[in-house]
Design a protein around this ligand. Structure first.
Ligand SMILES: [Zn+2]
Length: 269
């Protein structure tokens, strides 16, 4: 190892890639992470320090999912905060025209307000994820309130849509890793993203489109919002650009290993 000019960053990147798409045994993950930590800690480490010691406390696997396996050029396009009349339906039209499917992380109270639009999302073969009932930052809430936000949204999907969501995305990405048990107890995988064009801030259709087309890689999970017309106006161009680049757009349940709590890979900084 000492005569190999592999930088810490290169090692960690290749380590991340090697994990991609694997439903790894938790023990293997812990051992590999411990190895990576040891590699990063000393320059260059004596070879005996690379051995995993049985007495060392194991590192917890990252409970959040940021992207998926790279096989098959698959990617997932996701839309948060809807359903929104005049926006979600426009996005659905563009997806339908190309026979593509996406995942919509819906806010429970918006489903109550727009039940027919939410039903259309399901009827056209898309997936729905849980994005809480009122969109609070969960990391600011006591655990009981955070649990109630998640449960109320799940119950709304059951009551209004006869649907059970498998995936959860925290509003604003605001979730402490030690809150992950709240979601895993309900068998919800916690999905963040690896490509964020910032469309919620309405930076312009050209920026949204160019960012997504330049940053998307096999396995990417793309974060968009069916909240403002600007996103809907450029979604056709985005879809055509992704198709031209050979990507296979799928729902999260098609992209990701089903086991909740497995981190597919960690590509987010
Ligand atoms: Zn949101």
């Amino acid at each position: 190892m000492s005569d190999s000019p592999v930088s810490r960053g290169e090692f960690l990147r290749s380590f991340g890639k090697s994990m991609t798409g694997m439903a790894l045994n938790a023990g293997v993950v812990v051992a590999a992470q411990t190895l990576a930590k040891r590699f990063a800690a000393a320059t260059p480490p004596p070879s005996d320090q690379l051995m995993v010691k049985k007495t060392e406390a194991p590192l917890a696997a990252d409970p959040f999912i940021y992207s998926g396996p790279t096989e098959g050029n698959r990617i997932a396009l996701t839309f948060d905060d809807g359903p929104t009349p005049g926006v979600t339906d426009r996005i659905l039209d563009e997806l339908k025209q190309r026979q593509l499917h996406a995942t919509f992380f819906m806010i429970g109270k918006n489903v109550v307000a727009q039940p027919d639009l939410a039903r259309r999302v399901l009827a056209e073969g898309h997936e729905i994820g849980n994005h809480t009932f009122t969109h609070p930052k969960l990391n600011t809430l006591p655990e009981a309130q955070a649990v109630a936000e998640v449960e109320k949204a799940q119950q709304t999907f059951t009551d209004v849509l006869n649907y059970h969501a498998k995936w959860f995305r925290p509003p604003c990405g605001a979730l402490r890793k030690n809150q992950s048990g709240i979601l895993h107890d309900k068998n919800l995988g916690i999905v963040f993203w690896s490509v964020d064009p910032g469309d919620w801030a309405q930076p312009g259709e050209a920026h949204i489109t160019d960012f997504i087309l330049s940053q998307t890689k096999p396995g990417s999970i793309i974060l968009c919002h069916d909240l403002y017309p600007q996103t809907a106006h450029c979604v056709g161009l985005i879809l055509d650009g992704l198709l031209q680049r050979g990507f296979n757009l799928v729902t999260l349940s098609t992209l990701l290993p089903q086991a909740v709590g497995h981190s597919a890979t960690s590509s987010m900084p």
